[in-house]
Design a protein around this ligand. Structure first.
Ligand code: GLN
Length: 452
């Protein structure tokens, strides 16, 4: 009830939720209370969560923040949200996001921008972005409208908004959480995961969200470890890699200082800090911005006005497709579809798409090499703190550059955790990123806990 009240008070300003399911939430909370009273409590009983509106929720509108899905009400529940419900979680509603999860500032949503609850210390009234695409999830948790939230990370959409909002966010290994019932953006990169106030809360949530799912062919058939227990392991004796290629020219000194501070904390707790090289890092952004739009253009072909969501009638079938897609998709989604269609077209497929796949393999190989000598890698999560709303809006390339530290983990499939680690001069939160070996989220959580 307290969370619903907070939503009522603050959501008109923050716009973090696009749908609030108050009655369902209270009903679920009462069921949790009954189970507790009867001594049959489940691990997440009574824990109020926000659900990124990319996860299909049975009977509750799921929009992907796009006009084209309109008032789509899924007849099924995504595996990840079904797992959370099984464990007793209470869903407060659906969180705003960038349209089809494409963006880094939650400004492309058909439901309007999300505001970051943080303000600069010299509060001059500047509205800051919460990051994206999981901006609604991160803002809701940061403003205490929810205790945690589901999110998805295709190129940083869990870690970057977590860093901008001063909370923790875990992108697990690709395949750890099922993609079944999650609206697809780029299928070989899309990774569901949690955002929450602390690293341990992320570990608890991931423990419920994860697990093998035969309905997703890329879901990993592996046991789910006790992530929460791993948080307390400590870092003594661990080798932590610091990749020199992440030291970007022109990066603000406060980001560098934060990084050094994080490494000093780890050293003080008994970790060994090791310089490493990930030589293909500089190709990661261009590779990502070929692979992700290519897969998006293919995945979004299904929104044709015939099978799902909104339809704009036209003369013949082609006309219906064109009118529906022209009216249904926003500018950023159209840009991605055009880029993707271009790099997949017969004349350019080898020059762009095939080459990007090759470079992707080299990026993965860099990490494989590095993880032979280190147990985890620590980098900044983002090259800056949250920026002002509208700042990079007219410059897609400047916007894409914000993903420079996060896209590598998606291309390689490895786990990445954003940890709140400090503040900039304006008092805005800054995050560090911990990367780990495939399916070794436990070490990542241990290192993240030591930094936090
Ligand atoms: N900002 C990146 C993009 O716009 C990542 C988005 C995501 O991870 N969903 O593609």
């Amino acid at each position: 009830a307290a969370h619903l009240e907070a939503i009522e008070a603050l959501n008109p300003r923050l716009n973090a939720f696009v749908t609030v399911t108050a009655e369902r939430a209270m009903e679920a909370a009462r069921a949790s209370d009954r189970r507790r009273a009867n001594g049959v409590a489940r691990p997440l009983d009574g824990v109020p969560l926000a659900i990124k509106d990319l996860f299909c929720t049975e009977g509750t509108r799921t929009t992907a923040a796009s006009r084209i899905l309109g008032d789509f009400v899924p007849p099924y529940e995504s595996t990840v949200t079904a797992n959370l419900l099984r464990d007793g979680a209470v869903f407060l509603g659906k969180a705003n996001l960038d349209e089809f999860a494409m963006g880094s500032s939650n400004a492309t949503s058909a439901f309007g921008e999300v505001e970051n609850p943080w303000k600069r210390g010299n509060d001059d009234g500047t509205r800051l972005v919460p990051g994206g695409s999981s901006g609604g999830s991160a803002a809701a948790v940061a403003a205490r409208l929810a205790m945690g939230a589901t999110a998805t990370d295709t190129g940083g959409s869990i870690r970057q908004p977590a860093a901008f909002c001063g909370i923790a966010g875990m992108k697990p290994t690709y395949g750890r959480c099922s993609r079944w019932g999650v609206v697809a953006f780029a299928s070989s990169l899309d990774t569901p995961g949690p955002v929450a106030r602390t690293v341990e809360d992320c570990a608890i949530l991931l423990g419920s969200m994860a697990g093998h799912d035969p309905r997703d062919a890329t879901s990993a058939d592996r046991p789910v470890p006790d992530f929460a227990a791993a948080c307390a392991r400590g870092v003594r004796g661990l080798r932590i890699g610091v990749p020199r290629e992440y030291r970007l020219e022109g990066m603000p000194d406060e980001i560098e200082a934060l990084w050094q501070q994080g490494l000093a904390w780890l050293r003080a707790e008994g970790a060994e800090i090791v310089d490493i090289s990930l030589p293909h890092t500089k190709y990661a952004l261009p590779t990502y911005y070929i692979v992700a739009p290519a897969e998006a253009s293919s995945n979004l072909a299904r929104y044709d006005g015939v099978r799902f969501g909104r339809r704009v009638e036209g003369g013949d079938l082609k006309d219906l497709y064109e009118r529906t897609r022209a009216a249904g998709f926003g500018a950023e989604v159209k840009r991605r579809i055009m880029i993707g269609t271009y790099v997949l077209s017969a004349g350019y497929y080898d020059a762009y798409y095939v080459r990007a796949q090759r470079v992707r393999a080299l990026i993965k190989r860099d990490f494989d090499e590095a993880f032979r000598s280190v147990d985890a890698i620590v980098t900044p999560a983002t090259p800056s703190a949250a920026f002002a709303a509208g700042e990079k809006q007219d410059d897609p390339v400047a916007m894409y550059l914000n993903d420079v530290f996060t896209v590598t983990a998606n291309l390689a499939g490895i786990p990445g955790l954003a940890v709140p680690a400090g503040f900039d001069r304006q008092g805005l939160p800054l995050g560090l990123q911990v990367l780990g070996r495939d399916f070794d989220e436990e070490t990542v959580f241990a290192v993240g806990t030591a930094i936090e």
